[in-house]
Write a protein that binds this ligand. Structure first.
Ligand code: F6P
Length: 593
């Protein structure tokens, strides 16, 4: 054969391989877009479909590559990253909410783990890194439990890191936390149609408290180069304050809530100051690429900066910040699952606790009592279901666990009253002797109690009007090692980008939600398994260690780059020239070696 002939043959072979790959890709994409079939496939097909879904997800996932799924992410992986790539780095976490709250009770001091997605995600990470966690000491017995430097070793009974408590005055807490953070930024960032309130005095308190935390970070830093993980909308000004005092620190800021589009954002009177503060970070993380893009658009609109979209980097005031999506997750395997009884026992215990008949289906909702969670909207869906399908009256009970939250704010008081009123109304309308369709428990529950509820439920409703991620959805999936239970998930929660096999709903559409409820109520065990299995795989592969590990690896890369710049005197004039996502090959090598 001539050289030309051989070349042509190769071209044809490669083209046909390419076309076959494309055909497989498109056929998988088509399968994925339609709902998973209600029937179980033979085992081989089942495994292949799962593998394909995983590959597609990896392609779709916020710039992360296929290989990442091959890494098993664990506390050990994190420790390895720290030891190999960030030797001697001290990890400091900063958040408003502390992971352990000590409260005075009649019979002594009670320990409370707050209902917070942030806490459940960061706690295992801080344990793994043996770091220092700086947070507001809000418990009534918090001062009794600390040493002379305001530190306490946690978790109690098995200490592995230091909790450093920061004290706030009543006025500071009112202005910074209740005022600016929760009446201003919270409604601003969640498009839930609650009007944000901005007061100058709240802003002043917010700034002062951010400075107080900056002082504490500097005091806790053992050297000039800590890795500081700043959490959430309570600390928009803190990254720049840390940068000014510890220029060599790596500051990774994670914004746990959505970031609105620039038009909505523009109503904040201190919009430029907030952006400037955040751009003191080395990295800013969001749950979804969509929120990362919104942030970049806001910077583009309100600050003189250079935006390198291809690198997802923003240069402002001589410093570069990477803006990435890192979808947060939960601990996997969840430690507490080992301590829980099996699913049948959990069902039996819960049914006894609430006096439910054996043939009654149980739907659950678990969250803080917050207007972003769509609690009233799911009650409306129940109402609609009973109107359309009265045969379900008497056969479905909905248990709403609503942890008290921010209860002194008018918007939360109003929601509390409305939820109770609507629950009572439904019970009057559809209830009868011994049957109440809605049980509302507005009390704090421990993680173990919450997992018991997940395991006992037939349906879990997550109907947020807007949510950064929503870890309840992931926890429900993690709790169901029996591969049963149906997850209804709002399309406006970040989790809906990952948990594709959930019944995805629009919480504003009560009719649609009632039909989804019917679908959930009548779903066969086979279909439940068919949906639950890939969701469990997704949460397992993308656990919270991967979330933190990805950020730490990116931080390590920045540190190396900064060290080279300092050594060569080039400074921070250019955005990092590297691709933003750390090479997955490198991640795999680290995890496996
Ligand atoms: O997960 C989102 C979040 O806003 C966290 O930032 C916060 O810790 C949690 O909800 C609970 O809110 P709070 O700390 O105000 O009780």
């Amino acid at each position: 054969m001539t050289d030309y002939g051989a070349d042509l043959l190769w071209v044809l072979i490669l083209a046909s391989l390419g076309l076959s790959a494309l055909a497989v890709f498109f056929s998988i994409s088509r399968q994925r877009r339609s709902h998973p079939p209600a029937v179980v496939h033979p085992a081989g097909e089942d495994v292949a479909a799962e593998a394909a879904r995983k590959v597609i997800r990896e392609f779709e996932k916020n710039g992360q590559s296929v290989d990442a799924a091959l890494v098993t992410w664990s506390p050990e992986t994190l420790r390895k990253i720290l030891a190999d790539d960030l030797p001697d780095a001290q990890v400091i976490v900063v958040s408003n909410r502390e992971p352990y709250i000590h409260n005075l009770r009649d019979n002594g001091v009670e320990l409370l783990v707050p209902a917070s997605g942030l806490v459940s995600a960061l706690e295992p990470i801080t344990r793994a890194c043996a770091g220092t966690w700086i947070a507001y000491g809000g418990g009534t017995a918090d001062r009794l439990m600390v040493d002379k430097d305001d530190r306490v070793q946690v978790p109690p009974g098995n200490p592995s890191y230091t909790l450093r408590r920061v004290w706030l005055t009543e006025e500071e807490h009112q202005g910074y936390y209740l005022g600016f953070a929760n009446e201003g930024l919270w409604p601003l960032c969640h498009i839930a149609f609650t009007r944000p309130i901005f007061r100058e005095s709240d802003w002043e308190a917010y700034e002062a408290v951010n400075r107080k935390f900056a002082d504490t970070v500097v005091a806790e830093a053992r050297n000039e180069r800590p890795i500081v993980l700043v959490q959430d909308y309570h600390f928009a000004l803190l990254p720049r304050m840390i940068r000014e005092r510890l220029p060599e620190a790596i500051v990774i800021t994670f914004w746990h809530i959505p970031w609105p589009n620039s038009e909505v954002y523009s109503i904040c009177p201190w919009r430029e100051r907030i952006l400037e503060g955040l751009l003191g970070s080395s990295i800013i993380g969001f749950h979804t690429q969509f929120h990362a893009n919104n942030f970049t658009e806001s910077v583009d609109r309100f600050l003189e900066s250079r935006i390198e979209r291809a690198d997802a980097a923003i240069s402002y005031g001589g410093q570069t910040t990477l803006v990435h999506a890192y979808p947060i997750s939960i601990e996997w395997p969840a430690d507490l699952l080992a301590r829980l009884p099996d699913v049948d026992d959990c069902r039996a215990r819960l049914r006894t606790r609430f006096g439910l008949k054996a043939d009654v289906k149980l739907g659950v909702g678990v969250e803080r009592l917050d207007y972003t969670k769509g609690i009233l909207d799911r009650f409306q869906a129940l109402d609609e279901l009973f109107k359309r399908y009265p045969e379900w009256i008497g056969k479905l009970v909905f248990l709403q666990i609503a942890a008290p939250s921010r209860g002194t704010l008018p918007a939360y008081k109003l929601l509390h009253d409305e939820c109770h009123r609507y629950a009572e109304e439904l019970n009057e309308r559809y209830g009868s002797d011994g049957y109440k369709p809605v049980i509302m428990v507005a009390e704090h529950h421990t993680q173990e109690q919450v997992y018991e509820i997940y395991r006992a439920a037939d349906i879990c409703m997550v109907t947020s009007l807007h949510d950064g991620m929503n870890l309840v959805a992931k926890e429900f999936v993690a709790a169901r090692d029996d591969e049963q239970g149906v997850l209804m998930l709002s399309t406006f929660a970040g989790a809906s980008r990952e948990l594709l096999e959930a019944l995805i709903v629009n919480p504003y559409d009560a009719a649609m939600m009632s039909e989804a409820l019917l679908q959930a109520l009548t779903m066969t065990p086979d279909e439940q398994r068919e949906r639950m299995r890939p969701m469990r795989q997704m949460v397992r592969d993308n656990n919270v260690y991967r979330w933190a590990g990805s950020m730490l690896l990116d931080a390590a890369r920045l540190r190396k780059r900064g060290d080279v710049d300092r050594a060569t005197g080039t400074g921070d004039r250019q955005p990092p020239s590297v691709d933003n996502v750390v090479s997955m090959f490198e991640r795999k090598r680290l995890a496996m070696s």
